[in-house]
Design a protein around this ligand. Structure first.
Ligand SMILES: Cc1cc2nc3c(=O)[nH]c(=O)nc-3n(C[C@H](O)[C@H](O)[C@H](O)COP(=O)(O)OP(=O)(O)OC[C@H]3O[C@@H](n4cnc5c(N)ncnc54)[C@H](O)[C@@H]3O)c2cc1C
Length: 358
């Protein structure tokens, strides 16, 4: 027997889960197919919501700001639905200057909405950064606890009557008389009206039937977590960043490496992350390292996602390649895909995300 639904979502990382949730909220039935694997990006990420720093050009920047700004309301709804309150840090993101040249560069690049903090201001709010000359504060940016977010989204998926979650790998897709059929590794077949492709860094395996997936490749990022040193803001330095999490953890990142699908950490990578972190907060030189890990970002040549229908088969919708900003963009991506499926008017300019642009 073939399983059927309105839509199949391939991949159950943060993008697939957010998409399934948005579709389900609109009463659209979903088969959510995901095979967990080592190195997936969503649980590995640092969780920054930093569109002012990780800045895109043109309408993509406006999209990223909108994605950040729906977070508070969107998490409140998810909390009402699941009973899980996902921690959200909206204190703003600091970019510290460690030299006069750094001050000049930061002040020149700062957005009009930012505030310049001199050394005394900075010391007052973040004593551990007291050696820095000053900092730009990007208000409204921050971070979400992406691990807690995945927990809440998984609970939503298990509670929703619209979502059937399937633990499996899609190995082939085919289009037949307006219907989409998918073969799973187990041999089982699925049959739906639309397919949303959210396979993270592993899309190339499906590129025979969805050729735009060829432009997504893995980029390894290594991270380190430390015991507490009292930092409350997300902080960028010249070579890395720090992200405070609840449970008093401080996450430091990250490398950006071409290592294929190898998601292991390396002594050199971890040493680089530690040195960039100590440059931001010297107290980290003696803080306890609590954990190290790596993940594979799904990256595209211009670091922007593929978001929209396949040029030859409008029943295939790409929602992948979110590169360094998939946690930031996930809730809005889910809403946009649900609007595309429902044929609702689109209030965002998606032209920079055309899947066929490469
Ligand atoms: C070290 C690091 C730090 C990061 N920091 C940030 C940050 O601070 N802020 C931010 O916004 N973003 C950050 N990111 C980026 C962000 O994590 C990603 O853009 C986002 O998680 C991508 O989500 P995804 O669902 O597309 O991919 P994934 O989370 O990788 O999920 C894809 C899923 O699809 C499954 N899958 C693949 N192929 C198939 C198939 N054929 N059948 C079934 N299932 C399949 C995979 O197994 C996986 O479970 C970071 C990433 C890394 C690695």
């Amino acid at each position: 027997m073939r399983l059927t639904a309105d839509v199949t979502v391939v991949g159950a990382g943060v993008i697939g889960l957010c998409t399934a949730a948005s579709l389900a909220r609109q009463g659209i039935s979903v088969l959510l197919v995901g095979k967990q694997q080592y190195g997936e990006a969503s649980p590995a990420a640092a969780g920054m919501l930093a569109p002012s720093v990780e800045r895109a050009a043109g309408p993509a920047h406006n999209f990223a700001i909108a994605a950040r700004d729906i977070y508070p309301h969107w998490l409140a709804q998810l909390s009402d639905e699941t009973g899980i309150a996902v921690p959200l840090n909206r204190l703003g993101v600091l970019q510290v200057a460690l030299s006069d040249k750094g001050v000049k560069g930061l002040r020149k690049a700062a957005l009009p909405s930012t505030e310049w903090l001199n050394q005394d201001d900075l010391r007052r709010i973040e004593p551990a950064l007291g050696h820095a000359i000053g900092a730009v504060l990007n208000p409204d940016d921050g971070a979400v606890d992406n691990v807690a977010l995945l927990g809440a989204l998984s609970k939503f998926a298990s509670m929703s009557r619209q979502i059937t979650r399937i633990d499996g790998r899609v190995t082939a897709l085919a289009s037949n008389a307006g219907r989409q059929s998918l073969r799973l590794e187990s041999g089982e077949m699925l049959d739906t009206g639309r397919v949303v492709l959210a396979p993270g860094a592993w899309g190339a395996a499906l590129a025979d039937s969805a050729r735009c997936l060829r432009s997504v490749v893995p980029s390894r990022g290594q991270l380190v977590s430390f015991g507490p040193i009292g930092v409350r803001h997300v902080v960028y330095g010249p070579r890395g960043y720090l992200v405070p999490r609840e449970q008093s953890l401080l996450i430091a990142g990250s490398t950006m490496e071409n290592a294929g699908f190898d998601a292991t950490t390396t002594p050199e990578g971890i040493a680089r992350v530690r040195s960039a972190a100590e440059e931001i907060a010297p107290a980290l030189a003696t803080a306890t390292v609590t954990s190290t890990w790596a993940g594979l970002r799904p990256v595209t040549p211009d670091m922007l996602p593929l978001l929209g229908p396949d040029p030859e088969n409008s029943s295939l919708i790409y929602a992948c390649g979110h590169s360094r900003n998939g946690i930031l963009l996930a809730p809005l991506t889910g809403e946009v895909v649900a609007s595309l499926v429902a044929g609702a008017p689109m209030s965002h300019d998606l032209s920079q995300f055309r899947p066929e642009r490469f």
